[in-house]
Design a protein around this ligand. Sequence first.
Ligand SMILES: [Zn+2]
Length: 269
Amino acid sequence: MNQLHPFYFDDLNVRGCMVQLDAQLIPEGQRQTEKPASIELVGQALVAVALMSSGLKGFESLLLQTRNMGSIQLLLAECTHEGHLRGAAHLQDDSTDVMRGGQLLMSLDAQGQRFQSIVPLTGDLASSMEQYYQRSEQLPTRLIICSDATCFAGILLQVTATTDPGQSLQDFEHALTLLNTIKNEELLHLDPAMLLHRLYHQHACRLTNGQTLRFVCRCSRERSMQALKTLGNDDLHELFVEQNGKVEVRCDLCRTPYIFVPTDLLTHH
Ligand SMILES: [Zn+2]
């Protein structure tokens, strides 16, 4: 659990990665206040960024966010090169048809630069990600992402670029045919080595242990304080009056509360 498992084939021009995340990885503050549908959505988004990170080299972080989504008020998922995950989702209602019409914004921070791409949401996260790969890398890619109340899981298969694209594509199609026999239940709860054996025992498939994944937030009291200070002295003064002398800022992601009193923030002349 909570580990990236990249895998490779000695006899097919295909690479892959799988991940199973324990739902307990999501901070308790989120699990207690958000609807189950929101928790599953953030879990699936964390699986997506973790799987995508497995193909990246020399990056700092990969961030996925939704834009212009009516019923998804918030969806954010990030994975760093150290395997630090953080994210949150907030759905307005329990509608299952939420993943349409909006866009996904992918931001990759690498070597001090930010690369952004916008992907239309086309039904679910996995198929939107596949489109992203098709457009950006022109590499056929398949993702399966699923979840239940206790676990979020996913698997990614991708063609590896070779000098014989025809053969590679044929390898990929073959690996895909075998992958399509998998059941969500197996992806969620089978041991990764057993799962890969079940799928690819006729092939020389090597499973490796990648990053251990943890929920690590980057918020801090200092950052919350700086954000509040941008309101300016007058607005802050008003805020303290409204809130009876104490302002609480709660991180959207880890739900840590930061409490401030006037002397923390107000400057006097
Ligand atoms: Zn936080």
